[in-house]
Design a protein around this ligand. Structure first.
Ligand code: HEM
Length: 84
């Protein structure tokens, strides 16, 4: 089973130093090691650290980006109770 996170866990990881967690749909991604490589730039990613970035993600990317990077960046899922 994949690791479960609360929205609080995600909120507490909002800088590359602490770990830069973002939520896309109900999955949690750790972007700290990827910010400097992100083709869309580091700044825009840092701005959504600790937050749900689903809307922004789907605006600029498609499913193939997620498929390509999820093995490297995905660290788990949001807990059921955190979806409220
Ligand atoms: C798992 C998270 C993410 C991954 C793996 C990722 C990866 C990428 C990749 C590979 C590109 C190059 C274009 C492409 O191949 O489609 C890109 C472009 C971009 N990304 Fe991300 N990205 C992520 C999250 C985000 C988020 C959360 C934002 C906004 C807050 C963002 C904003 C952008 C922008 C603005 C571009 C440039 C689009 C363009 O030049 O047309 N990305 N990203």
């Amino acid at each position: 089973m994949s690791k479960q996170f609360t929205t609080k866990d995600v909120q507490e990881h909002n800088t590359p130093d602490k770990g830069l967690y973002i939520i896309i749909d109900n999955s949690v991604y750790e972007m700290g090691g990827f910010v400097d490589e992100h083709p869309g730039g580091a700044k825009i990613l840092k701005r959504v650290g600790g937050k749900d970035a689903s809307k922004q993600f789907w605006k600029y990317h498609n499913e193939s980006v997620l498929k390509k990077y999820q093995e490297r960046l995905k660290i788990g899922e949001l807990k059921e109770s955190a979806k409220l």
